[in-house]
Design a protein. Structure first.
Length: 614
């Protein structure tokens, strides 16, 4: 974009904020577009829907708003969207605090910030227009100027009374003539605190309630001076800012009882008691965040029954899929420099494997049982089970993922390792960095060292399988092109199958035979493949990697057996290095991988794998 065009767009956007009209004209606008009368929950619900939805591989509803922002949390996003759908229809659930409970780093803040950013953008669109009485700090809804006994005649739902500042302005600036009250279009702004309030609880002993609700000083009001309204009505609290939008309350249960009482009144009665005389109506969606320990403490407190009854609780655990965990790391590292050029393509996947393993409840069956569960949760179905088995494991462990290593810990260790590791930052270096950092991690217990050792041994076992696959790929001439071409052929057949289910699908049928997809599962399998190809969050990724089973089937079709590769590994190591480099590996990483395969994966005597993590 040319600089002049950019400046013109910025000026145009700033100019939009000056658009104003009288309340008489605004009433005509509402008659033409009743959506202008939406309350906060309906505004957010419409914003979410405006971004569109699609169907996921398992038939689940996917919300495009969160594509590229949150990974592995589609079921959680669905719960949040359904909450706003119901609340937007003015069902009683809107009089609840939406509470996100989960460990730090699980994605709670990302979810809320995505909603806030999208809502800010939405108010700049024609569909998301919001108007307010001009010069009111809480951007008051103009429709509240209409007396209660006359509202039914307007044809839209109106609730709540004018806040004290707006009422004072009506009386002393407009002499009670609502037709002359000026109305302006407003745009929500996170940075300016317009339509959004963010409160982070700290030490209750030093908290001032004014941070939440502002203050009223009647002595500062002068009827002869309209500007005195801003001195008398100090509506600069976070709940004031969130009026008609969204409040984000972080570490909510660190608040003292005074603050929780305010929230209870706000959620139940939609009323705010100011830090001074009077109360006022407030329309806002309240989203709160907490960790599991503090939430459980609240639930066990008999004095907190009223507050607990006003919560809609959604648990936000850590991601349980290796593939989704890798995408989180890629997002966190986007635009960053790890401090070196030689980073193995397996580095992030190895780190993700260990992180996910720390979050799993052990299903029994030793290392084999643990890795089976890991693969099922990663949607790598096969002879060890399918989607039904993964669902059964989840049902048996409803609190799984609420503890373990966070993505932040992993990224911190990767960043440190990138600067300290000589040569290639490969899977082994990543495992060593994660192991070395455990004693420095807050809450680490030396008694758990045996468990961490077992998990790292399982990670290395999985790493060996990753290395085998890379060696098999390196043994195929231009594997990536062949895999992409096969995936492209399958995508074309899927597209034709959707249009006409009777069309011949030779490439698809081959993959289905290789994967042992039974006849009764073929329609679901193909529907899932089609969804994976079309999902917004998948675009940009290589076609053959968009569905775990598709990648597995293509590998079965293209790759030689491990025994074939192992027999030539010693004699053809250099050619494998060259092949890996052609596939995008750095020289040092390619050499390390081949040397690891030669040392660890051939000429083994059998028996139990040794572990260095003791």
């Amino acid at each position: 974009m040319e600089p002049k065009d950019l400046l013109d767009r910025i000026k145009s956007r700033r100019g939009e904020a000056t658009h104003e009209t009288t309340f008489a004209k605004y009433l005509e606008m509402v008659q033409e577009d009743p959506s202008l009368a939406r309350l906060s929950h309906a505004l957010i619900a419409d914003m979410i829907e405006s971004e569109g939805t699609s169907t996921g591989p398992e038939g689940e509803e996917i919300f495009n708003l969160f594509a590229g922002e949150l990974f592995g949390h589609d079921h959680i996003i669905k719960q949040v969207a359904d909450y706003f759908r119901a609340a937007g229809r003015r069902l009683d659930v809107r009089k609840r605090v939406l509470l996100l409970v989960g460990p730090p780093g699980s994605g709670k803040s990302t979810l809320v910030n995505t909603l806030k950013s999208a809502l800010e953008r939405y108010t700049h669109t024609e569909a998301g227009r919001v108007y307010a009485i001009k010069n009111t700090q809480m951007h008051e809804d103009p429709l509240r100027l209409i007396p209660n006994d006359m509202r039914a005649e307007i044809g839209v739902h109106i609730e709540g009374d004018l806040n004290p500042e707006a009422r004072w302005l009506l009386e002393h600036v407009y002499d009670g003539d609502i037709g002359k009250v000026l109305v302006e279009r407003i745009f929500f702004s996170i940075s300016e605190g317009r339509g959004f309030g963010t409160f982070v609880a700290t030490d209750p002993r030093s908290e001032n309630l004014r941070r939440l609700v502002g203050e009223v000083d009647m002595s500062a009001l002068d009827p002869a001076d309209p500007s005195s309204a801003r001195r008398g009505f100090l509506f600069d609290g976070e709940l004031n800012a969130a009026h008609r939008g969204m409040s984000d309350l972080i570490e909510i249960f660190k608040m003292d009882e005074r603050f929780l009482a305010v929230l209870l009144s706000l959620s139940q009665e939609q009323m705010v008691k100011t830090s001074g005389p009077g109360t006022m109506y407030s329309d806002q969606a309240i989203i709160a965040q907490s960790n599991l320990a503090e939430y459980n403490e609240l639930i066990e407190n008999p004095k907190a029954v009223a507050m607990a009854d006003r919560l809609v609780v959604i648990k936000v655990p850590f991601v349980m899929s290796v593939g989704d965990e890798v995408r989180i790391y890629e997002k966190m590292l986007a635009g960053a420099d790890l401090g070196r050029r030689d980073v193995s393509p397996l580095a992030l996947k190895t780190a993700a494997t260990f992180a996910v393993l720390t979050r799993l409840d052990h299903p029994g069956g030793g290392q084999k049982g643990l890795l089976r569960k890991l693969r099922l949760y990663d949607r790598r179905f096969g002879s060890h089970g399918g989607a039904e088995d993964a669902d059964k494991l989840r049902d048996e462990n409803p609190n799984e993922g609420m503890s373990g290593l966070s993505p932040r810990y992993v990224i911190n260790r990767l960043s440190q390792a990138a600067g300290a590791t000589k040569g290639c930052l490969d899977g082994l270096a990543v495992m060593q960095a994660l192991w070395d950092g455990l004693p420095q991690r807050a809450g680490f217990d030396e008694d758990e060292r045996a468990r961490w050792s077992e998990l790292l041994a399982a990670t290395e076992a999985e790493y060996r399988e990753m290395v085998k696959v890379e060696m098999q790929k390196a043994s195929v001439l231009d594997y990536k092109t062949s895999a992409q071409n096969m995936a492209k052929a399958i995508k074309e057949e899927i597209t034709e199958w959707v249009r006409s289910p009777d069309e011949a699908t030779p490439a698809l049928r081959r993959i289905e035979r290789l994967l042992d997809v039974p006849q009764y599962r073929r329609q679901a399998f193909r529907t899932g493949l089609n969804a994976s190809f079309e999902m917004k969050g998948q675009r940009g990724r290589p076609l053959h990697t968009r569905h775990p089973l598709l990648e597995e089937g293509i590998n079965q079709a293209l790759l030689p057996s491990w025994n074939e590769v192992a027999r030539g590994l010693t004699d053809h190591g250099e050619s494998l290095v060259i092949s890996l480099r052609d596939a995008g590996w750095r020289k040092t990483c390619a050499q390390n991988l081949v040397e690891y395969a030669q040392a660890k994966l051939i000429n083994r005597k059998g028996g139990k794998e040794e572990s260095d993590w003791d």
